[in-house]
Design a protein around this ligand. Structure first.
Ligand SMILES: CC(C)(COP(=O)(O)OP(=O)(O)OC[C@H]1O[C@@H](n2cnc3c(N)ncnc32)[C@H](O)[C@@H]1OP(=O)(O)O)[C@@H](O)C(=O)NCCC(=O)NCCS
Length: 165
């Protein structure tokens, strides 16, 4: 019923429209977006689903960020069209992309979101990781793709483009 594909540049306007529909206005003012500015998303992990009419109904994107000199995968945004929510599409996008991330060799993933949703995928609160303000610390969550990957990784999340600055 749903066709999964990697998001290509030609898909981006449609995916942006889906994100605008699913999120409150002003989504790009969120602190996560500061970490994405001027940085390409991780191509192999930005996935989308279209329904039987070819309409985009789900999308997930990832960006590389860093904490100190440690690479971190920043998950988000993820969006499922309101008419398709609650059917497991979000979980499908989460699991498929996280599986691919592990295959690509990524060790740790973080996001800013609701623990009650993301806990089912193994995410836990990251007590020692700080997103740029304003971010509710209770919404800063992490997942280990390799056991122990978050051990000793703490501090400010920074733009990958600022590495070495
Ligand atoms: C969050 C979102 C991607 C989930 O997609 P989905 O396809 O509806 O999710 P699934 O079908 O896999 O899972 C549905 C379950 O998650 C729960 N859920 C969805 N959003 C939740 C949230 N923010 N907090 C807690 N539970 C949530 C639903 O209540 C449902 O619960 P159930 O399994 O007990 O019935 C989708 O609701 C969405 O696009 N929301 C608007 C954009 C958004 O908030 N994105 C996340 C930003 S952090």
């Amino acid at each position: 019923m749903y066709e999964l594909s990697a998001e290509s540049p030609a898909d981006t306007p449609e995916v942006e429209a889906l994100m605008d529909l699913c999120f409150a206005p002003g989504r790009t003012a969120l602190s996560s977006y500061r970490l994405r500015e001027g940085v390409d998303p991780v191509a192999g992990l930005c996935l989308m689903t279209r329904n039987e009419y070819g309409v985009p109904v789900g999308a997930i994107r990832y960006w590389p960020v860093r904490i100190g000199d440690q690479p971190v995968l920043l998950l988000g945004p993820i969006a499922v069209h309101p008419t398709a929510q609650g059917e497991g599409l979000g979980a499908y996008l989460m699991r498929e992309s996280l599986h691919r991330a592990a295959d690509m060799g990524w060790q740790r993933v973080m996001l800013v979101g609701d623990l009650p949703y993301y806990a089912r995928f193994g995410f836990v609160k990251l007590a020692d990781v700080e997103m740029p303000p304003p971010t509710n610390p209770d919404r800063v969550l992490g997942l280990e793709l390799v056991e122990g990957a978050w051990a000793g990784v703490s501090g400010h999340v920074e733009r990958i483009a600022d590495a070495g600055a």
